[in-house]
Write a protein that binds this ligand. Structure first.
Ligand code: GLV
Ligand code: GLV
Length: 323
């Protein structure tokens, strides 16, 4: 008899997912309430057939080497997989999977929450009340920016970008998009959206919202130059990956009034945030909460567990990443 496959989980997952994993092999969950350090990660995965990973785990050749030749699948509990050197793993015939689809609505909801928070100054307003600052209703008090008939510029019209577009339509916004590829004409029609070049989009959008994956081509896509190309009254929303934005350049642009405000759920060097951003009233920040609902996190972990179970059972992955 074979011994059961060893399944390593790098950070605790919901019970529903653990149950699926327990049925598929011998499960070891990291006992740490923090990301494993690279050397701890390498030690933890020795002899593993499957590893359930988080977006803060660096998965590369050294990781695969540490796991050993029995490694068959790395299942990232995230839609993004910029933490994984996919070609290096594929070269070793290790399957890589992610969790698309199940987090689309949650992430689009958070994006819209941030968009509203920054355009209507909700963080600033909360801080004002909590500080006990005297106030009274008057017609010029804490005015924000309306969304109706404004243009939302979506960078990356994939599943999440499209879900954001649907919400924006309900708010009476116009939708423009750019990205590596155009969507089908049907999708363009349904979202009443037009493809623009990046330059055109930056010039026309009142709000720019980032939904492209982090790749070498999108790293620092938003930088001093592209920020200068935006409208002076425009807002930036980032719920994808921090390094898509050059954070010091953004702080500089906000300080100089180059754009009106920014709402950020992700940061270049998480968990750190460029300190200047935290001093600005026109910046809204949340700690990487795009998919953070009970329902969505359960679905994500379940999907990641099912990917592991399916590969170990010899049935192939449900959501293979090939890039
Ligand atoms: C979260 O950031 C994800 O990629 O799922
Ligand atoms: C605002 O509170 C209004 O009643 O118009």
């Amino acid at each position: 008899m074979h011994s059961p496959a060893r399944i390593v989980v790098t950070r605790d997952v919901p019970d529903a997912a653990l149950k699926v994993l327990h049925d598929a092999g011998d499960v070891r969950v990291s006992g740490e309430d923090r990301p494993l350090r690279p050397e701890e990660l390498r030690e933890a995965v020795a002899g593993a057939s499957a590893v359930v990973t988080m977006l803060h785990d660096r998965i590369d050749n050294a990781f695969a080497e540490a796991a050993g030749p029995g490694l068959r699948v790395v299942s990232n509990v995230a839609v993004g997989y910029d933490n994984i050197d996919v070609p290096a793993l594929r070269a070793r015939e290790v399957v890589v999977t992610n969790t698309p689809g199940v987090l689309t609505d949650a992430t689009a909801d958070l994006t819209f929450g941030l968009l509203l928070a920054v355009t209507r100054r909700l963080g600033e307003a909360e801080r004002l009340l909590r500080a006990g600052t005297p106030w009274s209703f008057h017609l010029g008090f804490m005015l924000g920016t309306g969304l109706q008939d404004k243009t939302l510029g979506i960078v990356g019209l994939g599943q999440i970008g499209q879900a954001v577009a649907r919400r924006a339509l309900a708010f009476g916004m116009r939708i423009a998009y750019t990205g590596r590829k155009r969507v089908t004409e049907d999708v363009e029609k349904a979202l009443d959206t037009t493809y623009l070049t990046m330059d055109e989009l930056l010039r026309e959008a009142d709000v720019v919202s980032l939904h492209c994956p982090l790749t070498p081509a999108t790293r620092h896509l938003i930088n001093a130059e592209t920020l200068r190309a935006m409208k002076p009254g425009a807002f930036l929303v980032n719920t994808t990956r921090g390094p898509v934005v050059d954070e010091p350049a953004l702080a500089e642009a906000l300080a100089g009034g180059v754009i009106a405000g920014a709402a950020l759920d992700v940061f270049e060097k998480e968990p750190e945030v460029e300190p200047r951003l935290l001093t600005m009233e026109n910046v809204v920040v949340t700690p990487h909460l795009g998919s953070a609902t009970v329902e969505t996190r359960t679905e994500m972990a379940l999907l990641a567990a099912r990917n592991v179970a399916s590969v170990l059972a010899g049935n192939g992955p449900l959501n293979e990443v090939r890039a």
